[in-house]
Ligand binder design. Structure first.
Ligand SMILES: Cc1cc2nc3c(=O)[nH]c(=O)nc-3n(C[C@H](O)[C@H](O)[C@H](O)COP(=O)(O)OP(=O)(O)OC[C@H]3O[C@@H](n4cnc5c(N)ncnc54)[C@H](O)[C@@H]3O)c2cc1C
Ligand code: SF4
Length: 331
């Protein structure tokens, strides 16, 4: 493991100043991903800037009814917060579907959003990888890719995004609060994550000198119901083969709101915009849900060993929407 310096940021501006001062530095949340990658050599920051003592540990209801979650809130505290459980069950369920109890106690919201892909080649320093070492190649395309992307991949990278929380936040239209040397700004979570394209080394659109201070989650329309479902190889302690975060509303038997975000299928949480558009105004029906997700999946480009994800996503989304619609109708 490469030698590194350890600093504790005293406030958000101090964290930003330290990022600016050292372009090879990294923010340290719970360390449950970053420290693992440092041990493997896949991350080699010269300085760790500990941000766990910043005053970013609050969950507040804002005057417009949205919820603001500080970047330092632990995954465990977020999942069990009474307002999150009552208003955003999709988020609570997504967080509880990730990692283990001990990891969730350590892991922060900020760190969860920026955890790196679990592609085996990315974490194996003896192998080339365009994400870790641009231009070196992507052995996953011909090699081990059973759990990698079927949507939005490029010839340079077929990795998937690992976070369950980010999939739920994408369906919830969350907004990310960011502070950098030029001040603070907000970014819709849909703009935070990138597809690999020609620059697979870039996961997000946040600068190295910026820190996420929190996320804002708008209130859901009255009557909406939401849920998160994840399919994985083991019942716990495993990343998603495929997952869905869904929010829907139904009035007079017709879909009036449909938000569908997919996990485990792309380099970023994949908002199924085509399926959503197809569902609006349609009658609630198992067949309609299936047709809508099939339209979305027309864009899928599976690799040799991950074509199973297409029927998996089709069935997962169809059954999830059917169950949600029944629940909404019974209310
Ligand atoms: C065995 C195992 C199984 C797991 N299973 C799952 C799973 O199924 N689903 C899932 O979603 N997750 C899973 N995880 C991942 C776990 O949730 C993440 O490791 C954790 O959320 C990262 O949070 P952290 O605070 O420890 O981040 P850290 O490891 O401290 O940091 C991660 C990254 O975030 C950056 N960062 C930290 N804070 C900020 C900030 N405020 N602003 C900007 N950047 C920041 C760091 O610089 C670093 O690049 C698993 C982890 C392990 C070890
Ligand atoms: S899929 Fe992406 S992360 Fe995996 S080896 Fe290829 S370039 Fe690296």
């Amino acid at each position: 493991m490469k030698m590194f310096a350890y600093d504790v940021a005293t406030d958000v501006d101090d964290a930003v100043s330290r990022l600016v001062a050292d372009p090879d530095s990294a923010l340290l949340g719970g360390g449950t991903n970053l420290v693992d990658l440092m041990k493997l050599g896949a991350a080699q920051p010269s300085t760790l800037i500990d941000v766990t003592r910043l005053p970013l540990g609050e969950i507040d209801i804002l005057t417009d009814g949205s919820l603001r979650v500080g970047a330092g809130v632990s995954n465990s505290d977020l999942a069990v917060h009474p307002v999150v459980r009552a208003r955003y069950p999709v988020l609570s369920q997504a967080v509880l579907a990730g990692a283990s109890g001990q990891l969730r106690n350590m892991a922060t919201v900020g760190g969860n959003l920026f955890q790196r892909t679990r592609c085996v080649y990315f974490m194996d320093m003896s192998k080339p990888c365009n994400k870790r070492d641009p231009g070196s190649g992507c052995p996953a395309i011909e090699g081990e890719h059973r759990n990698l992307a079927i949507l939005g991949a490029s010839e340079h990278c077929v990795a998937t995004h690992p976070s369950d929380m980010a999939v739920a936040l994408t369906a919830l239209d969350a907004v990310v609060d960011i502070t950098g040397p030029r001040g603070s700004h907000k970014m819709p979570i849909g703009d935070l994550y990138r597809l690999p394209g020609d620059d697979p080394d870039l996961d997000t659109n946040i600068g190295h000198d910026e820190i996420v201070t929190g996320i804002e989650i708008p209130a859901l329309p009255r009557g909406s119901v939401s849920t998160y479902r994840k399919v994985r190889d083991r019942a716990s302690y495993a990343f998603a083969l495929a997952s869905v975060a869904a929010v829907i509303n139904v009035e007079d038997g017709q879909v009036t709101e449909a938000r569908i975000a997919l996990g485990g299928v792309a380099h970023k949480p994949w908002r199924a915009i085509t399926a959503e558009g197809d569902l609006l105004g349609r009658s609630v029906d198992h067949g309609a849900f299936r047709e809508a997700i099939d339209l979305e999946l027309r864009g899928a480009r599976p690799l040799r060993d991950n074509g199973f994800k297409i029927p998996l996503v089709r069935n997962l989304v169809t059954e999830t929407l059917t169950e949600l619609a029944e629940r909404r109708t019974e209310q």
